[in-house]
Design a protein around this ligand. Sequence first.
Ligand SMILES: NC(=O)c1ccc[n+]([C@@H]2O[C@H](COP(=O)([O-])OP(=O)(O)OC[C@H]3O[C@@H](n4cnc5c(N)ncnc54)[C@H](OP(=O)(O)O)[C@@H]3O)[C@@H](O)[C@H]2O)c1
Length: 274
Amino acid sequence: MILVTGATGNAGGEVVQALVRAGEKARALVRRPADLPVEQVVGDLDRPESLDAALHGVRGVFLLPGYRDMPGLLARMRQAGVERVVLLSSLATVATDTRNAVSEYMIDSETAVRESGLAWTFLRPNALMSNALRWLPQLRAGDVVRDAFGDVPIASVDPYDIAAVAVRALLDPGHEGRVHPLSGPERLLPAQRLAVLAEVLGRDLRFHALSDEEARADMAGQHMPEKYIHAFLSFYGAGTLDESQIYPTVEEVTGTPPRTFHQWAVAHRAAFSR
Ligand SMILES: NC(=O)c1ccc[n+]([C@@H]2O[C@H](COP(=O)([O-])OP(=O)(O)OC[C@H]3O[C@@H](n4cnc5c(N)ncnc54)[C@H](OP(=O)(O)O)[C@@H]3O)[C@@H](O)[C@H]2O)c1
């Protein structure tokens, strides 16, 4: 039995689907019941003691980072008989400046996993293609998308491919103690991703790049805590995080090339017409 955390989210949701396709027994940890194709157990990753029922009979866990007591969470897993953990981490752990809140919580999560005594694999993806769903409110309101860091190319990765690698790391031998950097097959600027979406949706969409000062105000207006605003300006404004690299990992691990942003957009077209 594999336990999937974040199962209602972009990455965890794809892991659930991939396990179902693989015919593997899977259970979703959810904070409230959701529409999922596998058994669900309610629990909260910020409260390790709430996980006991979810961990019953579990051999492997797909784990998201950054919860309140990662060492306590992992100790609970080990006590319950879990053998391996695949952690969704980030390349923020190896940014050229890691003095920011995002790198810190990712590094703390990796450290807790390394020290847990469980077999582990870290997935360090570039930014997720599904981040384009954050444009939805603007796309509902009109044809212009205003966003930050317009000059930053990213080889973003489809959560579908993160899940495909996660499932191999959960089920196959040979991934223990390994770090998998993950990317898609192409590096694109935000305006280029929007152009792909425009083509797929049959709309005339335009990108308006925000200056870093406008980006700061925009993030603050969305109630993002200052420490995260600082992290994103460090990553993409000051350039301490390079997510433009293309890695061979997805194809090496799964035997299939990673999906393009066009493939992601086609697969998620319906989400943009709601
Ligand atoms: N976005 C990126 O570009 C990127 C890049 C590298 C790494 N990551 C990491 O990947 C993670 C997942 O990304 P995503 O796009 O899949 O996120 P997402 O769609 O926002 O999903 C987050 C998931 O976590 C669950 N969750 C949140 N707090 C929880 C708690 N206290 N207990 C149990 N479950 C909880 C949510 O469940 P509910 O339905 O209950 O809210 C949801 O299923 C991110 O959080 C980040 O740490 C992201």
